[in-house]
Unconditional design. Structure first.
Length: 297
C-alpha cells in the first residue's frame, strides 16, 4: 500500500504508532524507568513492541513509524507484520544506532546523510521489509544538511520513488521551518521529490506550523512527531494529541507510547472535542536546548 493511499478519512488512521521508545533499551523520553521493565533484553523489548503493535492494530491504527537508528525497531516490526497487508510501514535513514544495546553508552546514534549511508541503510531496510516498505524518509534534516543539496542523493531517492516507495523527510532543531521550505523546492525529473514531511510540533514548540501548512497546501502529507514533547506533556496526552489532530495541515499524528495503557490514553484524543487551554510555547531555541539536555535512560 503506498503511503499516500492511506485512507486518512478514517479517523483512527490519523494516529500512527512510533516504535522509537521500545526498539532499543535507551531513549530520551521521560519516565522510562516506570514505563519499561528492568529487563530490557532484545526479547523483552521485542515482546513489548509486539504487544503494542497488537493493541494498536486492534484499535484500528494502520501506520507504523520506525527508523534504522531505533535499535531493532525495524526487525521487531518486520517480524510482526505477517500477512497484515493493510499496515502502512514508514522508516527513516540517516542515523546509525551505535549504543550496542546499552543504556549507558557514550553515543547512542551517529548522523550521516551521505549517499554511502543511504546506499547501506536502504539495503538493510529492504532486506527486512522488501515490498512492504511504503515510506522512506531522511532522518532529522536541518537547514545545513547535505541532503538538501546533494543531487546524487536526490537521484538515488528518485530511483527509490520510481520503485513505488514514497520518499519524504523528517526535521528537527529550532529551524525546522527553514528545512521544510527548502525541501519543498527540491525537484527530481520535474516533480517534487519529497511527498511527506515529518516534524516536531506540540504546544511547547509550534514554530513549524506555518511551514507545515505550506507543505500541506502544496499536496504533501504531514506527519506530526513528538507531540508530547518526549514526555514533558504526558499528563495531558489526549488533549495535546487532539490539538495536533485539529490542525488542518496534520495528516498523521504519531503516538510514541511505551505501554498499552499509554496507547489507549493517546487514542482518547479522537474523542476530544475541545482540547482546552494548553501550555504556552517556548522559544524554539529554548525548547531544543531542553530536548538536547534530556538524559538517555
Amino acid at each position: 500500500m503506498a503511503f499516500d493511499r492511506l485512507d486518512l478519512g478514517v479517523p483512527v488512521h490519523r494516529i500512527g504508532l512510533g516504535l522509537a521508545a521500545v526498539g532499543r533499551p535507551g531513549y530520551i523520553n521521560l519516565g522510562r524507568r516506570r514505563d519499561l521493565p528492568d529487563d530490557r533484553s532484545v526479547e523483552a523489548l521485542r515482546a513489548r513492541s509486539h504487544e503494542l503493535l497488537d493493541a494498536a492494530y486492534a484499535a484500528g491504527v494502520r501506520y507504523v513509524d520506525v527508523a534504522r537508528s531505533y535499535g531493532l525497531a525495524e526487525e521487531f516490526l518486520a517480524g510482526w507484520l505477517g500477512d497484515r497487508r493493510d499496515v502502512v510501514v514508514g522508516s527513516k535513514w540517516g542515523y546509525t544506532y551505535t549504543a550496542g544495546w546499552r543504556v549507558d553508552a557514550a553515543v547512542h546514534e551517529a548522523k550521516d546523510h551521505s549517499v554511502a549511508t543511504f546506499d547501506r541503510q536502504v539495503a538493510e531496510t529492504m532486506e527486512l521489509f522488501g515490498d512492504r516498505l511504503d515510506l522512506y524518509q531522511i532522518h532529522s534534516v536541518t537547514p545545513d544538511s547535505t541532503a538538501l543539496t546533494d543531487r546524487v542523493l536526490h537521484r538515488r531517492l528518485a530511483d527509490l520513488a520510481a520503485r513505488g516507495v514514497t520518499v519524504g523527510l523528517s526535521t528537527s532543531g529550532p529551524r525546522q521551518a527553514d528545512a521544510i521550505r527548502a525541501a519543498l523546492r527540491i525537484e527530481a525529473g520535474g516533480a517534487p521529490l519529497f511527498r511527506t514531511v515529518q516534524a516536531t510540533w506540540n504546544p511547547l514548540e509550534p514554530s513549524a506550523g506555518p511551514a507545515l501548512a505550506e507543505a500541506h497546501a502544496d499536496g504533501r502529507t504531514v506527519i506530526v512527531k513528538e507531540s508530547l514533547a518526549n514526555g514533558r506533556l504526558a499528563g495531558s496526552d489526549a488533549a495535546v494529541i487532539a490539538a495536533a489532530l485539529r490542525e488542518p495541515w496534520a495528516g498523521v499524528v504519531l503516538s510514541g507510547a511505551a505501554t498499552t495503557a499509554q496507547l489507549a490514553g493517546n487514542l482518547l484524543a479522537l474523542d476530544v472535542r475541545d482540547p482546552g487551554p494548553l501550555p504556552e510555547a517556548e522559544t524554539p531555541e529554548a525548547y531544543w536546548r531542553h530536548r538536547a539536555a534530556l538524559a538517555w535512560s
